[in-house]
Design a protein around this ligand. Structure first.
Ligand SMILES: *Cc1c(COP(=O)(O)O)cnc(C)c1O
Length: 342
């Protein structure tokens, strides 16, 4: 059996989750009739201390609907240079919202209020209207980096002062909460809208939610429909998401402990570059200087370990409920074996 560390999106529903899904009470959610979807939306909004939430098929859709809710064509969005919204969403900001992306290079995905302030444009007809700032917590290409709450608060104060909207891509929001002990409501408070995911580390098969004010979510429902994300008896999948949130939240700490253990083991392997102190959640990004990351990933696959190449000489291993401590403990030796061969 392959030790699958490609992503936390590979997580499978547990037998108990499948039972809850099979027994879910459902209705036509586009008509507002699905009590399970409504329960999930209310529970999620409550957890984040916001008025309302809208359930959607993917994190890409929650982010792209948020951009559409907050901007008009020609508006400018400020993003970290490797933000998922910019990097991995198929050009969505341009295609779906007609928005311009202004990129600010971060330190492992983290940008500061001071950096953002420098790129703000004065109100002048020459300039695009800066409208929205998007942050990402934890940061995917930043290697699962946690966005510090105090910096978020400084950015929120700047947005408030300048009349800008603040959105969070929280695909791994729960990981940030569990790792820091900051409550979801406290971490969500500085943001106008937050996108959260149920199908990554939490382990539900499908789904994300956008969370914000009732008025914003009413607007989000219209764009969800427009983008083709209005789902009918979606309670089947919402039940899995609700179950995941209520039963598989605390266990994210195990993924973090496994990732830490993996980073420490890898740091001992000759030819691997990794700083265990930089591993804050469930993502372990490691360098293989002088080697092709793609070739190393292929050789590791032969050894029964699946990881992803995320750069020319960089690989990523992600812990999740699909890999236990015993499996994780086998990985470093296999990496060493692959790196010894030329
Ligand atoms: C996974 C991810 C998303 C959305 O992913 P979907 O596969 O569309 O659900 C958004 N942002 C970040 C940071 C992610 O890691």
């Amino acid at each position: 059996m392959t030790i699958d560390l490609r992503s936390d999106t590979i997580t499978q529903p547990t037998p108990e989750m499948r039972r809850v899904m099979a027994e879910a009470v459902v209705g036509d959610d586009v008509l507002g009739d699905d009590p399970t979807v409504t329960a999930l939306e209310e529970y999620t909004a409550g957890l984040l201390g916001k008025e309302a939430a809208v359930f959607m098929p993917s994190g890409t859709m929650t982010n792209q609907v948020a951009l559409r809710v907050h901007t008009e064509p020609g508006d400018e969005i400020i993003l970290e240079a490797e933000a998922h919204i910019y990097y991995y969403e198929g050009g969505g900001p341009a295609a779906l919202s007609g928005a311009m992306c202004r990129l600010v290079p971060g330190d492992e995905g983290i940008i500061t209020a001071a950096q953002i302030e420098k790129v703000l444009r004065p109100a002048d007809p020459h300039f695009a209207r800066t409208r929205l700032v998007c942050l990402e917590n934890t940061h995917n290409r930043g290697g699962g980096k946690i966005f510090p709450l105090d910096e978020i608060e400084r950015i929120a104060a700047l947005c408030q002062e300048k009349g800008l909207i603040l959105h969070l891509d929280g695909a791994r929001f729960w990981n940030a909460c569990v790792a820091t002990g900051v409550s979801p409501a406290a971490y969500a408070k500085p943001f106008d809208t937050v996108s959260v995911c149920f199908s990554k580390g939490l382990g539900a098969p499908v789904g994300s939610a956008l969370v914000g004010t009732a008025e914003q979510m009413q607007r989000a429902r219209r764009f969800r429909k427009m983008f083709g994300g209005g789902m009918r008896q979606a309670g089947i999948i919402a039940a899995g998401a609700l179950y995941a949130l209520q039963h598989q939240y605390e266990r994210l700490a195990e993924d973090h402990a496994n990732a830490q253990r993996l980073a420490e083991d890898l740091a001992q392997v000759e030819g691997v570059e990794v700083d265990p102190a930089s591993v804050e959640t469930n993502l372990v990004v490691f360098g293989v200087p002088g080697r092709s990351a793609v070739a190393v990933a292929e050789a590791l696959e032969q050894q029964g370990v699946a990881v992803l190449a995320v750069g020319a000489e960089r690989l990523r291993a992600v812990t999740s409920l699909m890999v236990d401590g015993e499996a994780v403990a086998q990985v470093a030796a296999k990496v060493a074996e692959v790196l010894q061969k030329r």
